[in-house]
Ligand binder design. Structure first.
Ligand SMILES: [Zn+2]
Length: 127
């Protein structure tokens, strides 16, 4: 990975961290913004993407959020997923410094599958 020079807020001079937008207009697009939101400093790292990719990434983002919400709802539901969540929470407490909970691993697996499928789609489009 090539070195990229730091970007600084034009108002306070602090280094602006890089973020990833998940907005409707710019899903997956990286940008720099000052940690002090009221400074209003925002600078894009990536150029705009195509309309097709915006829709695709937006759909994938929505799927991930839906799965996250379903997992959270399962953990709140005492009848359906309580056993799994209690188990996961215990495991998370035991290994909180080094490990991930069972639910987190499942979510990461779903994200990996989504990224893999989107890579396949992009590969087919670009070849
Ligand atoms: Zn600033």
């Amino acid at each position: 990975m090539d070195y990229e020079s730091a970007i600084y807020c034009r108002r306070c001079g602090r280094k602006a961290p890089r973020w990833i937008s998940w907005s409707e207009a710019n899903p997956g697009r990286r940008y720099y913004a000052c940690v002090e939101a009221q400074h209003g400093f925002v600078q894009w790292h990536d150029g705009p993407t195509s309309a097709f990719l915006r829709v695709l990434l937006g759909d994938l983002r929505d799927r991930v959020w839906m799965v996250e919400n379903e997992a959270a709802a399962m953990c709140k539901d005492q009848d359906a997923g309580a056993g799994v969540c209690v188990e996961a929470q215990k495991r998370n407490e035991q290994t909180s410094s080094t490990g991930y909970s069972l639910a987190r691993k499942g979510l990461m697996l779903v994200c990996a599958i989504v990224i893999f499928v989107s890579g396949l789609v992009l590969g087919m489009l670009l070849s």
